[in-house]
Design a protein. Structure first.
Length: 560
């Protein structure tokens, strides 16, 4: 796994390192167990970077195991998208692709073994009655009236459940653990429920499906997972995880919990993200404003920036919240090193260079990436008519405005010096064109007399420019904690109404013709932009990945 040079250590790595040193395990095996009922997001990335990273660091194996135990919500679409996301992030699992459904027969046999030990029973209580019998955090639960069924009766009923002889909800298989345990998860948890539902892999073979707590630990043991890494909410489930393994005397997988990844201005609740999609508040799961990996990929956020951010946040035992500014720093840091520079104008204002010969053109050389001297230069065509950013001109500028104005000279990046002579307006008084002159001796951006100008502008030749649609994405939420709302409000009340601005008529360098979907460039002075999947031979669509600076910090400080 590619990491930053100063990758930190943490309590999980110390546990694994000690296990290796003591010879507890000959080979380190981890697993990433996503449910195939949704799309991966930045929170999942912390988990699988740890799972795959540990395996690589200790020369072990990380399995990708889909927890497909709930057929009502699962689909092969999610299986495929999860694998695509992991490969995009640079992770491979070799022969370690598994599904919990691979083990349904073995899990059933394990359940039969517990019944024969007197450690599991078929219970006819309804879900509501099970909750009532379960007790509270201050009061112990009550035994089910079906808890003392004989082994023979339980085996018969469980077989009838499996063979489709009983309707949905008629009964469940429960572990006979401890109804007086202070840990609610130990109070005779449900192991199997009846669901006459077709499964995306096993079809109609099964009409009983295992609960997560039952399938999880036993699947780990079957795969001989040495370190089963879970987010902190599963800490209360660990006693049950251990209890099942101990009763069955199978491979002793070890569960270790770590804090979830929370980020300001970001949601990682699958339920809330689903609402955004289903209520059409975003344009699908891969909307570039979404914290899903498919959304980040479409936005142009590089996988290495995600990894570097996760390394920086680190692994700890208590939930903390990372600043979105830190994530954005790593995005900018990586893209600054690798993204080719181009010039693009997203709010075009036409410039006519009156003393440049009509019909002529020439080419200037501009650096591809100043951070990479070996990248070389790129040709940039120049002609009589150009486009510049509208905000780079003011007819009556304030004192500290150093860009183009009537009578003022500026530099065009890598090209020449121009001076504004006149602003042309339409009937409503709007500026629609600038008339300028150029200094032919300033070709390449310098003059023989070494005179200086206060500003350098980006530009595009009108004759050679590619027309593009540019989508300016910003943070999806306005508040640091989007889930925190006032009385009567919904979390969607915190949505940022300016999270997407579409500029349908923009112009970019011709070097972007035929650019691959997903490729990222830096528009000089504007930010980083990614070629969107909506692009075609007839239409170039670009998404803004991120600005060059933290514009939100500037807004918070009151600076322009």
């Amino acid at each position: 796994m590619a990491t930053t040079e100063d990758a930190p250590t943490d309590f999980i790595r110390e546990i694994v390192r000690e296990d290796v040193k003591n010879g507890k395990h000959k080979k380190i095996v981890t697993r990433f167990p996503p449910e195939p009922n949704g799309y991966l997001h930045i929170g999942h990335a912390k988990a699988f970077c740890l799972d795959f990273g540990l395996a690589e660091e200790f020369d072990g194996q990380c399995n990708l195991r889909f927890d497909d135990t709930n057929p009502d919500r699962e689909d092969t679409e999610y299986v495929e998208s999860i694998q695509e996301d992991l490969k995009w992030m640079g992770f491979e699992w070799g022969d370690g692709l598994h599904f919990a459904s691979d083990y349904f027969d073995q899990l059933y046999d394990y359940a039969v073994e517990l019944i024969m030990q007197g450690k599991a029973y078929v219970c006819d209580l309804s879900p509501q009655e099970i909750r009532e019998y379960r007790g509270t955090v201050t009061e112990p639960g009550k035994n089910s009236p079906y808890r003392d069924r004989t082994v023979e009766e339980n085996l018969d009923l469980f077989a009838r459940m499996k063979n489709g002889k009983l309707p949905d909800g008629a009964c469940t298989l429960r572990a006979k653990a401890d109804m007086a345990s202070p840990n609610m998860n130990m109070r005779d948890p449900v192991m199997y429920r009846i669901k006459h539902t077709s499964h995306h892999r096993t079809g109609d073979k099964w009409c009983i499906y295992p609960m997560y707590d039952w399938a999880h630990g036993q699947s780990d043991a079957i795969e001989q997972v040495t370190h089963s890494l879970c987010s902190i909410e599963f800490a209360e489930h660990r006693p049950l995880y251990d209890w099942y393994i101990q009763q069955l005397e199978i491979f002793p997988s070890q569960q270790i919990e770590f804090a979830r990844l929370n980020i300001t201005y970001t949601l990682t609740s699958k339920r809330m993200l689903t609402q955004l999609v289903e209520r059409n508040l975003v344009n699908g799961w891969d909307d570039p404003r979404m914290p899903t990996l498919s959304g980040m990929r479409r936005r142009g956020i590089p996988p290495q920036a995600i990894k570097n951010f996760i390394w920086r946040v680190g692994m700890n035992r208590r939930d903390t919240t990372a600043e979105i500014d830190l994530f954005e720093f790593y995005i900018r840091e990586h893209l600054n090193k690798v993204a080719p520079r181009v010039m693009g104008v997203i709010d075009p204002l036409k410039v006519v260079i009156e003393n440049y010969p009509e019909g002529e053109e020439e080419t200037f050389e501009a650096m591809i990436n100043p951070e990479d001297p070996d990248a070389g230069t790129r040709p940039v065509p120049f002609s009589r008519e150009l486009y510049i950013e509208r905000e780079d001109f003011m007819e009556d500028p304030p004192r500290k405005f150093y860009r183009l104005a009537p009578g003022r000279e500026v530099r065009l990046r890598a090209a020449c010096y121009i001076t504004c002579q006149e602003a042309i307006k339409d009937d409503d008084g709007n500026i629609i064109e600038l008339r300028c002159t150029w200094d032919p001796e300033s070709r390449g951006g310098t003059t023989p007399d070494k005179r200086r100008v206060r500003s350098t502008l980006h530009w595009v030749s009108a004759k050679h420019a590619l027309k593009a649609e540019v989508r300016l994405f910003d943070r999806l939420f306005m508040t640091e904690n989007p889930t925190r709302t006032e009385d009567g409000q919904d979390f969607t009340d915190n949505l940022n109404p300016e999270s997407l601005e579409v500029r349908p008529v923009c112009y970019v360098e011709p070097s972007l013709k035929g650019a691959e979907v997903g490729s990222v460039v830096q528009f000089e002075r504007l930010g980083y932009f990614c070629v969107d999947s909506d692009s075609s031979d007839e239409k170039l669509v670009l998404n803004r990945t991120i600005t060059l600076r933290d514009t939100w910090a500037r807004m918070r400080s009151g600076k322009k």
